[in-house]
Design a protein around this ligand. Structure first.
Ligand SMILES: Cc1ncc(COP(=O)(O)O)c(C=O)c1O
Length: 393
C-alpha cells in the first residue's frame, strides 16, 4: 500500500506500479496541446494505412467478425507475417502455426517476452539510450533493468562494458535495432558478439525490430539470423510503422516453437488477443504495400541537415525514424529547452532525459522525428531555427 490518497486512506497500489514514473513526455504533450505546438517529437506516420487494409477491415466489420480471434492470431495474418519474415534475409523459414504470435503492438510482444523469460529479481541488460518504456516494462515484470551505455559519438556497442554488467542474475538482453532514439543500427559483428554472449551465459535475446524496414546506410542484421542463438531469441515486430497503423495495435512475436508455446500462455493471460476485424484488414495487404526506407530517406537527410545547420550536434541516423541531436551549443538542459520550445516557439521535441538512466547525459540531447508531415515538420524546424537564433543573439 502507498499512502497519500484523499481522506488519508492508503490506495492499494503495488510497489512495482508505484515505482514506475509517468511518461516524461506526457506533461509536455499537455502543454503542447494547450499551446497548439507542432509535434515533431512522436513517431506518428504522416499517412494512414494502405487502402487494401482499410477496405478489408471495413468488410470484416460489415461481415460480422466481431468476436474473439484465435488467441495466437488470425492464421491469414500469421501467414503474411511469416512470409515477410522468411523472405527478409534472416535465413529462417518461419512456421506461422508454431512460431508467430499476434500481439497488441510490439509493446505487448516485448512485455510478454520479458514475462516469459525472467523471474522477479532477475536482471535485464538494456543498451542506453533506450526506448523510453523499456525500464518500466522490465520493472513491471519484477526484474531489474541494467543499462549499459552505447559509445559516442556514433552509439556503438561496447562489448567489454556489456560483459562487465553480466552477473549470475542476468537473464535477458533487450536490444533495439534500428534504434529509437539514436538511429544507430547494430552491425554484423555487434550482433555476433551479443548472440555469442547470450549463448555463453544462457540469456534470452529479446530483439525489438519495429524499424527493420527503415535502414538507410547499413544492413538490418537480426539476432534471429544467428542459428546458434535462435532457440533463445524472441523478435518483437510491429505493423504500426511498416503499414502506418499505430492505432490498430498490431504487433507480433517470432520465436521457435519452445519459446512460442510459453509466449502464447502469457499472451492468453494478458490480452488474449488483439482486434479481430483489424487483423483481418492487415492480413489483406500485399508485399508492395509495406513502407520502405526510400520513402523517408530524403526527409531523414533534410531534417538532419537542418538541425545540423542550426548548430545542433547531429549524427545522421543509419535507420529508424528519429534524429538524436546534441543541444550543447544552445542549452545545458534539454528538458528546459523542450519546455521553452513549446511555450515560446510552438514546437514539441522530446527531451533526451526520457532515454537515459543518467539524467545528466539525457539533458544533452533532444529527439526529433523525420516521419511526420513534411510541411508541418519544415514549419516546426523554421520556428526552432528562429528560436535558437534569437536566443544566441
Ligand atoms: C523502439 C520501439 N519499440 C516499440 C514501439 C511500440 O510499437 P507498437 O506500436 O507496435 O506497440 C515503438 C513505438 O514507437 C518503438 O519506437
Amino acid at each position: 500500500m502507498i499512502g497519500g490518497a484523499a481522506g488519508g486512506r492508503s490506495l492499494p497500489v503495488s510497489r512495482r506500479a508505484a515505482g514506475i514514473p509517468s511518461m516524461e513526455l506526457a506533461d509536455l504533450m499537455r502543454l503542447a496541446n494547450e499551446a497548439g505546438a507542432i509535434d515533431i517529437a512522436l513517431g506518428i506516420p504522416q499517412l494512414g494505412p494502405p487502402v487494401s487494409a482499410v477496405t478489408a477491415a471495413t468488410a470484416a466489420l460489415s461481415s460480422g467478425l466481431h468476436q474473439y480471434a484465435p488467441p495466437a492470431g488470425l492464421p491469414g495474418l500469421r501467414r503474411m507475417i511469416a512470409n515477410q519474415f522468411s523472405s527478409s534475409g534472416r535465413g529462417w523459414d518461419v512456421d506461422p502455426g508454431t512460431e508467430v504470435t499476434i500481439t497488441c503492438g510490439a509493446t505487448e510482444a516485448i512485455m510478454i517476452a520479458l514475462l516469459s523469460t525472467t523471474d522477479p529479481g532477475d536482471e535485464v541488460i538494456l543498451l542506453e539510450p533506450y526506448f523510453e518504456v523499456y525500464p518500466g516494462m522490465v520493472e513491471l515484470a519484477g526484474a531489474i533493468p541494467v543499462p549499459v551505455p552505447l559509445t559516442q559519438p556514433d552509439w556503438r556497442l561496447d562489448m567489454a562494458a556489456v560483459a562487465s554488467r553480466i552477473t549470475s542474475r542476468t537473464r535477458a538482453i533487450l536490444l533495439n535495432t534500428p534504434n529509437n532514439p539514436t538511429g544507430s543500427v547494430l552491425n554484423r559483428g555487434e550482433i555476433r558478439d551479443l548472440t555469442n554472449m547470450c549463448v555463453e551465459h544462457g540469456l534470452a535475446c529479446i530483439s525489438d525490430e519495429v524499424y527493420e524496414r527503415f535502414v538507410f546506410d547499413a544492413d538490418h542484421v537480426s539476432p534471429a539470423s544467428v542459428p546458434e542463438c535462435r532457440e533463445r531469441t524472441i523478435v518483437a515486430g510491429s505493423l504500426s510503422k511498416s503499414l502506418r497503423m499505430t492505432g490498430w495495435r498490431l504487433g507480433y512475436c517470432v520465436a521457435e516453437p519452445g519459446l512460442t508455446t510459453v509466449l502464447r500462455r502469457v499472451h492468453e493471460r494478458t490480452t488474449v488477443g488483439t482486434s479481430h476485424p483489424l487483423q483481418s484488414g492487415a492480413a489483406a495487404v500485399l508485399p508492395e504495400d509495406f513502407c520502405t526506407a526510400e520513402m523517408l530517406r530524403e526527409r531523414r537527410d533534410a531534417v538532419s541537415a537542418r538541425l545540423s545547420g542550426m548548430g545542433f550536434d547531429v549524427q545522421t541516423p543509419e535507420g529508424g525514424w528519429f534524429v538524436l541531436a546534441g543541444v550543447g551549443p544552445h542549452s545545458a538542459s534539454s528538458s528546459q529547452l523542450a519546455r521553452r520550445l513549446v511555450t515560446e516557439a510552438g514546437v514539441l521535441v522530446a527531451p533526451g532525459t526520457a532515454f537515459f538512466s543518467d539524467r545528466a547525459e539525457g539533458e544533452r540531447w533532444i529527439r526529433v522525428t523525420f516521419a511526420r508531415d513534411p510541411d508541418a515538420t519544415d514549419k516546426a524546424l523554421e520556428l526552432l531555427a528562429d528560436f535558437v537564433a534569437g536566443q544566441d543573439r
